[in-house]
Write a protein that binds this ligand. Structure first.
Ligand SMILES: C[S@@+](CC[C@H](N)C(=O)[O-])C[C@H]1O[C@@H](n2cnc3c(N)ncnc32)[C@H](O)[C@@H]1O
Length: 499
């Protein structure tokens, strides 16, 4: 094949290939149509499974018969004894016939590799986002990109638009720089990920279908009624499913309360739409802040709600009989009809048990947001009598705080939140824990999350820091998720020093 084919040459060859047919010989057996039901299960291991060739057709020469095409090399003698005897008892033969084979069955990558010049590598995969195929073409492909896009449109019926990444993602909101290379110029996506509906404009927000297993993994770690803060939520692939009913270790149908934040105004708009679309408005608070500021905004929201509740309770102490009275007047559900559970108000009174930080390019730099993040809850004078918070702080000496840190990750309910920090690294697996501790210490003003281990001979770094490899992003570069509890001394910095 020539190495200097133009795009026009390739397109012309493609037109010819589409009409190309050739004859190929295949074994077959002709059977009375009424006996097909009996014979098909017996022949299941021998039936031809070639795309583009029909397995069963009418036998024009023997009215009332059907032809079953068989795999190449099948003969009566090659069949197991019992089946061979049955063939002979029924006077059946296996003969050979010529079948007209077209090119419709060729996969997109087969067509592309057949027609691109020899010196141009083939295209072996693309990411599917609803009706969009997203390609990362190499420079050698670019002169042929409209051909490549057209083949994908022709061969993949679910695809209406083909886009190519035009440069590396450098923008703040991690939006893919792209050009449409074939099909409709339409990047408005409507799709489902694990049963959850999402809408978004792929041109203006971040989306990565390769993260779907990670989205599911984290969602399934969450327990019923857990409060979670997703600081870089995008259009909601963690936040929305967490708020919907899902499988979890604690209950078959867990639902979380989620603070979902993203700085990209377009992501924020689609996040709100997706929350509405999946009917979880009562479970998700959407925010459009910088991720660092979002930590403080969430804590301030909680502080204010607790403060308002405590003031109201102070003015109107609860009537001990109120609950009973309400019980008495509640209407009974009609027989046979399941009572609809009342809507659960958003839980503004609990500190999030997880902060999710999926901004792998720079998430570790945002960890400074956790320094003293819970101190406002303690410093607030209105909260002096709030038992939860006072207990959280006063019941813990430094040593109990240490044991607290060492609670294994599976025991979720602890007053101190987990951080799930996604980041990129080139470090070797054995060097990654120390590397992460250093990166975190830079953000924590020198505080090391492993500092308690110096006086603790029973635990190691892996007890307080778990690192999971998520995916390869480039040669020797991987995306990792670091999970650790915010250390007590860090979360309440300021309070503990008496400032
Ligand atoms: C890698 S994406 C992750 C989105 C989503 N969590 C997911 O898994 O698909 C990172 C998101 O962080 C947002 N972002 C970037 N900088 C931010 C910042 N300073 N504060 C808050 N969000 C930010 C981007 O708009 C983007 O949606």
């Amino acid at each position: 094949m020539s190495t200097s084919k133009s795009l026009d040459d390739v397109l012309q060859e493609y037109e010819i290939l589409k009409t190309e047919t050739h004859l190929e010989s295949y074994p077959f057996v002709s059977l009375e149509a009424r006996k097909l039901g009996e014979w098909r299960p017996l022949l299941k291991d021998y039936v031809l499974l070639e795309p583009g060739i029909r397995q069963i057709i009418i036998d024009e020469e023997h009215p009332g018969n059907k032809i079953i095409h068989l795999k190449k090399g099948t003969t009566v003698d090659s069949l197991p004894t019992e089946l061979r005897e049955k063939f002979r008892a029924n006077n059946l033969e296996i003969n050979i016939r010529d079948v007209l084979v077209g090119t419709n069955h060729l996969r997109y990558d087969e067509v592309i590799s057949r027609l691109l010049p020899e010196n141009v590598p083939s295209v072996s995969s693309f990411e599917t986002i609803g009706h969009i195929a997203h390609l990362n073409l190499r420079d050698e492909h670019l002169p042929y990109r409209s051909f490549i896009g057209q083949v994908i449109l022709d061969r993949c019926p679910q695809i209406r638009t083909v886009v190519n990444k035009t440069e590396n993602i450098k923008n703040e909101f991690r939006v893919l720089p792209m050009e449409v290379i074939a099909g409709d110029d339409d990047t408005d996506v409507q799709m489902k990920e694990h049963g959850i509906n999402f809408v978004f404009d792929y041109r203006t927000v971040y989306w990565n279908s390769r993260l779907q297993d990670e989205h599911t993994y984290l969602v399934e770690q969450c327990h019923d009624n857990e409060v979670v803060a997703d600081l870089f939520a995008g259009i909601g692939p963690f936040a929305v499913p967490m708020a919907c009913a899902h499988q979890s270790p604690s209950s078959a149908k867990a639902r979380c309360f989620v603070y979902a934040n993203d700085l990209n105004p377009s992501s924020y708009e689609y996040l709100k739409q997706n929350v509405r679309l999946n009917n979880v408005e009562d479970r998700v608070v959407c925010m459009n802040e910088d991720g660092r500021k979002a930590v403080h905004v969430v804590i301030e929201m909680i502080r204010q709600h607790i403060s308002e509740r405590d003031q109201t309770l102070g003015e109107n102490p609860p009537d001990p009989e109120a609950g009973e009275k309400r019980m008495r007047v509640e209407p009974q559900p009609k027989r046979g009809r399941k009572p609809k559970p009342p809507p659960v108000p958003f839980n503004y009174f609990t500190i999030p048990s997880r902060f999710v930080m999926n901004l792998p390019d720079s998430a570790p730099e945002f960890l400074d947001a956790f320094v003293g993040c819970l101190s406002p809850l303690f410093l607030s004078t209105e909260l002096k009598d709030n038992q939860t918070i006072i207990n959280t702080i006063t019941s813990q000496s430094f040593s109990s705080a240490t044991s607290h840190l060492l609670v294994p990750p599976s025991s979720t309910y602890s007053p101190l939140p987990f951080v799930h920090c996604y980041y990129f690294t080139r470090a070797r697996p054995e060097d990654r824990p120390a590397e992460f501790v250093e990166r975190a210490a830079n953000a924590f003003g020198g505080f090391r999350i492993d500092s308690q281990l110096a006086s603790d001979t029973t635990h190691t770094l892996s007890d307080i820091l778990s690192l999971r490899e998520i995916r390869d992003v480039a040669p020797l570069k991987v995306m990792v998720c670091a999970m650790f509890r915010i250390p007590f001394q860090l979360a309440f910095k300021g309070v503990l020093e008496g400032t």
